[in-house]
Design a protein. Structure first.
Length: 245
């Protein structure tokens, strides 16, 4: 069996984490790299960085005591960040854009490396920083290795279910994750997925900026990365609606 693409992506994340400024504060051994199955096409989310601590206090429990992040341990160490790549979309990107996506997610990691998100926000300055660091990596010979060819069946690791903050009062909630929760999944790379239909609606989380493409409108929906259940603070905002004939 071919090596899972998440192993190759883990190596790429570690290589790019050796670049400045990441080399001053990131420990790549405490970053878990997984993948998720997404829709085809090159539009939409391609990767995401998930956090394990609340920014309001830096702990696994929110300051108000209502929410808690589950603990994630792999290889005998606690994982402070989880970087997830969306397949097959990420596979189809040019080499330079793959490098920029890796750097983009590493830049979301706070310089304290405590599991909280960086205060940096998306925008022109963020994009310039990403391009500069990625260009430095490419100049030094760092690359995301070839991951797949059209028609090939690839394998990747995913977390099922994906860890989300839970209400501390919920006795059924998952409070810890380990290597046994990493599921090996398969995906056949279909070249037709490069040209998937443009989704009719695009929503964005006001907190983390994660985007959700949908063919039908959403009513009451919040960000799955920022809340384990519906939370009005993270209600998705409509950013694009495709006009219909």
């Amino acid at each position: 069996m071919r090596e899972p693409v998440t192993n190759l992506l883990t190596s790429a994340v570690r290589e790019f984490a050796s670049l400045p400024p990441f080399d001053r504060y990131i420990d790549p051994e405490q970053i878990l790299v997984v993948a998720s199955r997404g829709r085809g096409g090159l539009r939409g989310k391609r990767a995401a960085c998930h956090f394990t601590r609340f920014p309001d206090g830096g702990g696994r429990t929110s300051r108000d005591g209502v929410w808690e992040f589950p603990e994630i341990r792999c290889g005998g160490r606690e994982m402070l960040y989880v970087i997830s790549f969306v397949l097959p979309r990420f596979l189809f990107l040019p080499e330079s854009e793959q490098a920029e996506d890796v750097v983009h997610e590493l830049l979301h990691i706070d310089s304290s490396f405590t599991g909280v998100p960086s205060p940096l926000r998306h925008g022109a300055r963020y994009d310039r920083t990403v391009r500069a660091i990625a260009a430095l990596g490419l100049a030094r010979g760092l690359r995301v290795p070839p991951l797949a060819q059209d028609g090939e069946t690839i394998f990747y690791h995913r977390l099922r279910p994906f860890p989300h903050p839970f209400r501390r009062s919920d006795r059924r909630a998952r409070r810890s994750y380990g290597e046994s929760d990493l599921e090996l999944a398969a995906l056949r790379v279909d070249p037709r997925d490069r040209h998937a239909k443009l989704p009719a609606y695009l929503y964005e989380c006001p907190q983390c900026g994660e985007q959700y493409a949908r063919q039908r409108p959403l009513r009451m929906a919040s960000c799955g990365s920022c809340a384990g259940a519906y939370d009005g603070r993270f209600k998705l905002k409509l950013v694009r609606a495709q006009s219909r004939p």
